[in-house]
Write a protein that binds this ligand. Sequence first.
Ligand code: TPP
Length: 323
Amino acid sequence: MKNTPSLDDQIEMYRRMILVRRLEERLGALSKEGRTRGPIHRCDGQEAVGIGATAMLTDADYLTSTHRGHAHYIGKGVDVYGITAEILGRSTGLCGGRAGHMLIADAARGMIGGNAIVGAGIPAAAGMALSNQILGNGRVAMCIFGDGAAQTGIWHETMNMAALWKLPVVFVLEHNQFGLTVHSDRQGPVADLSIRAKGYAMPAEIVDGNDAVAVYRATAAMVDRARRGEGPGMIEAKTYRWEGFSTSDMGGYQKPEDIAAWKARDPIEIARAALLPAVGADRLDEIDAAATAEVEQAAERALADPFPEFEPCAFTAAYSEVL
Ligand SMILES: Cc1ncc(C[n+]2csc(CCOP(=O)(O)OP(=O)(O)O)c2C)c(N)n1
């Protein structure tokens, strides 16, 4: 079937989801020890969205992300060690240790960046899509954003312009049900936020965000039509955030039974069950062990790396003299 990932694609998505999960677990532990700069926004349980939605993109395509972007970075093929070193603030990080975990970019991979401003990656992707259209380069831009971001005005304005100008941009809503500590049913009157796409004459599809293959299929169809010049499309991937908003979240507002129900639908286990008959448990265990080791080695190496040295600029030098 068209837009169905190959077996190799599925294995790679499984591997990448494990990389993300292990990275999140390691960062959670390092954050508790006070060894990360600031809190970390984890995406445990949501990995299938970022990994499945980006698996059909090439390095030439563009992706904008959010404050919760680890799966988006890894899905876009960004190096795990470079990401880890960046998050730990080391000079060897992808952005020299200055970006932190929310703002990682890797131009060579088309990873334009995370973003700490909710919704800000959305118009940026449309702008890149406009440049693709003008240049006629066949590239597609994608933005992945949360249900909180889908309540912002800039999302509506961008959907309108993108549809009007038939821009090659794909909107991927990672609907994890919460914006900070507030459930989405208290942020807006509709449960399926993608029904709003209809108001902009834009096709949209709702998918099981815990099934990487389902996310891949639906997104690939939107990417294909955008690449053919038929305009933007939207995916609403329904998922759930297992952990708190960030590692500094005290919790208590998510129902334990909801967390348990969503943990029973672990995207990694869903992918593993789908692969088991064709690939076998031994090979899947090997992939898991190799991905786990890759994250562990990246963390150990990064922790031994130096912090960046900051040269004071003319202003700070003059200012410190005054002080
Ligand atoms: C413009 C703006 N408003 C408010 C905030 C504070 N803020 C940070 S994350 C967040 C919630 C975002 O929710 P969502 O888009 O669903 O992403 P999620 O955290 O669920 O991944 C808010 C309100 C911000 N960073 N930027």
